[in-house]
Design a protein around this ligand. Sequence first.
Ligand code: KG4
Ligand code: ZN
Length: 405
Amino acid sequence: MRILGIETSCDESAVCLIDAQGGFADGFKFSILGNALISQTEIHAKYGGVFPNLAKREHAKNLVPVLERALYEAGALNEKPSDISHYSEKLQKILERESELYERLSVFLQKYGLPEIDAIAVTVGPGLEPSLWVGINFARALALVWNMPIVAVNHMEGHCVLSMMSISGFRKSRYRDFVNPDIKGSVGKFEFPVLALLISGGHTELVLSKEFQKYEILGATRDDAVGEAYDKVARLMGLPYPGGPEISRLADKARTSYEMSSHRITLPRPMLHDDNLDFSFAGLKTAVRRIVEANCPLTDEMKLDIALEFEEAVADVLVGKTIKAIDEYSAKTLVVGGGVSANSNIRTRLAEALTEAGLPPPLVTPPALSTDNALMIALVGYFRAQNRDFVNPDTLKADGNLRLI
Ligand code: KG4
Ligand code: ZN
């Protein structure tokens, strides 16, 4: 089955076409036929975070070129144009709030016809609603003209399911804006119950999955998400957005350039010893703010100190709560997903803690696939399409706060 995944929940416009076969527990295999992504991070960098209406506009500009690129890569561009004359009114209605997308899509559809696909999978939440709507309306428009079923996908499930995959053939992109891997994959070897630690710019959650695609949220952040804390702390330190990779780079430098025992600052480990599985990162950010204000302007050495201590504090809390959840729920496998799971120190610390607990290393994706992409949406889309879990395009809605169930 060929699934076209569409992801626009935050500031990445991404489309991925996969070919997949088999059931999750029954010989599942997939390969990427075409994958394209345009990241808006540079555009949002000057605002220090994602600016929702700008993100929406950029998605409207990017989606057609990204679709064309993914289909081109897959050899799936059908040069026989679609006749959109009898759809034009409905198409216009679907895209009435995205006039630029309407213009671009009309040109595309008059150039290319129906590609060989079986369903369209689109992220419907959680995320920024203006961004989600662009992807949803794009999916609805394509589904109308191509007469395709639509599958609605939860973005966090995407991160989780992608991390469950064993992936081969990944190579770094030659293109700056396009991740262009030649990936094949299957389900990794692991046992349920699975505990998923989902850590991104918008979420920090511990999720129990006793069987595939059934979820129970055990704990979540009460304020900032961990990626958000990275981004805000980076901003306080005058580092560019997104802050995660920047802080991580400084912390790695600090680790290799001097003994960790020479710490000059100490940050709190919020809620680490509380008797629950929730998180809180706002206090950590406030503690950094105080240090920055008291030491203004920050020296390079001070920046290294803060980055290192911040990253250690985050890792202590994530590891502590994860191990607590594993013990309480007798989880046999840890899955880590979301943009922050690209962080090498967090990966190492979790792996060490699991070894100590007598468990196998955590399941994670190659770091370049930890941040948002459309492969993860296509994968979840495939499993839902197999169950014929299609949605009515006319009632499809963005849900910024969509929860895993
Ligand atoms: O999953 P994602 O791409 O988007 C959301 O769904 O939110 O996650 C983005 C977040 C950003 O906050 C970014 O700073 C963080 O992931 N991030 C990292 C690293 N790479 C990205 N955080 C820590 N270390 C990294 N290497
Ligand atoms: Zn994400």
